[in-house]
Design a protein around this ligand. Structure first.
Ligand SMILES: NC(=O)CC(=O)C(=O)O
Length: 306
């Protein structure tokens, strides 16, 4: 499901009326696997690692498995242009789709370069159900154009921004909101996902090291302010890579507690996602129902004060 670009305030107001009602739909608790892999320059090697990780996750009882940002090739201009492909026609889509189907497991692919033309790509994440069907595709919305001390990144030299928010509508896990890395810094997206009854928001990421404290905090803050389960999935750290990421993939529950945190090395972590617990939190502190969208606007302030 792609949410078209909208006027935020208008949308907020209209959704308030339907806002987070406790739906009668019940979901069985499920197990999520977060696969933090070291990325090689060879796509085939990465495919092999991903395949093994999916098989291992399945063996360990996972229902859904998640990978990090840039999980089929390292994050660099040359590598991204070389490995860019169309979606759904490219080999990476086919690879993930077959893997999901063969292992009867849902997969959130992490991200890989989606070809636009010879010079530009999108940073794209695909979601597959356990029949291998591609059910959602998210293109990174906010591009990481920043200057932090000696770290200067300008993703928009290579990457085009996505234009849509993305919710994967699944049978087993309900609605899953997708964001990519820097998208985590923009609370508007997560708020809209929560308004659309998402209970799980997944951010395939490759966070930079100088802002690692923000990673820890933002995952918790998004969990608390949306009362959703939040997943941040990263590749493992590679000190020799052009972009050395923080790693530390995490799953945070709707109370803001960390259910799972990996270190910087390769590994697979598991977390139980129980929406009954989420409903308990939403009942105890019903901020989502108590929002005052009718006053979150200064437009009419002068009239109101008269
Ligand atoms: N790498 C990113 O897209 C974002 C990041 O590292 C940060 O916001 O800090």
């Amino acid at each position: 499901m792609l949410l078209q670009k909208t006027n935020f305030s208008k949308k907020f107001t209209s959704f308030t009326k339907n806002f987070i009602r406790f739906t009668s739909q019940k979901f069985t608790p499920f197990k999520i696997a977060v696969c933090q892999l070291k990325i090689s320059h060879e796509k085939k090697e990465n495919f092999n690692k991903i395949k093994k990780a999916v098989e291992e996750s399945k063996k360990n009882g996972a229902d859904i498995t998640v990978f990090g940002e840039s999980c089929t090739c390292p994050f660099s201009r040359g590598s991204w242009l070389k490995n860019a492909e169309e979606i759904p026609r490219g080999e990476t889509t086919e690879f993930f789709s077959n893997l999901a189907k063969q292992n009867n497991i849902s997969i959130i692919s992490g991200t890989f370069p989606e070809k636009e033309d010879e010079k530009k790509v999108y940073n794209t994440c695909c979601v597959f159900d356990d029949n291998g069907k591609l059910i959602a595709k998210h293109r990174k919305l906010h591009l990481f154009d920043v200057d932090v001390k000696q770290f200067r990144y300008h993703e928009s030299d290579l990457i085009l921004p996505g234009q849509n928010l993305t919710i994967a509508n699944t049978q087993k896990f309900g609605k899953i909101g997708i964001g990519i890395c820097y998208d985590l810094r923009f609370p508007q997206i997560a708020q809209i996902y929560a308004q659309h009854q998402c209970k799980l928001i997944v951010y395939p990421s490759s966070w930079m090291r100088p802002t690692s404290k923000h990673w820890d905090l933002l995952l918790k803050v998004r969990a608390i302010d949306t009362q959703c389960f939040i997943v941040g999935a990263s590749p493992a750290r590679d000190e020799k890579a052009k972009f050395v990421c923080h790693a530390h993939s995490q799953v945070v529950d709707p109370w803001g507690l960390v259910l799972l945190e990996l270190d910087e090395k390769e590994g697979i972590g598991y977390a139980k996602i129980d929406y009954n617990y989420l409903e308990e939190i939403r009942q105890k502190i019903p901020v989502l129902n108590q929002k005052r969208d009718d006053v979150y606007c200064l437009e009419d302030l002068s009239k109101k004060q008269k």
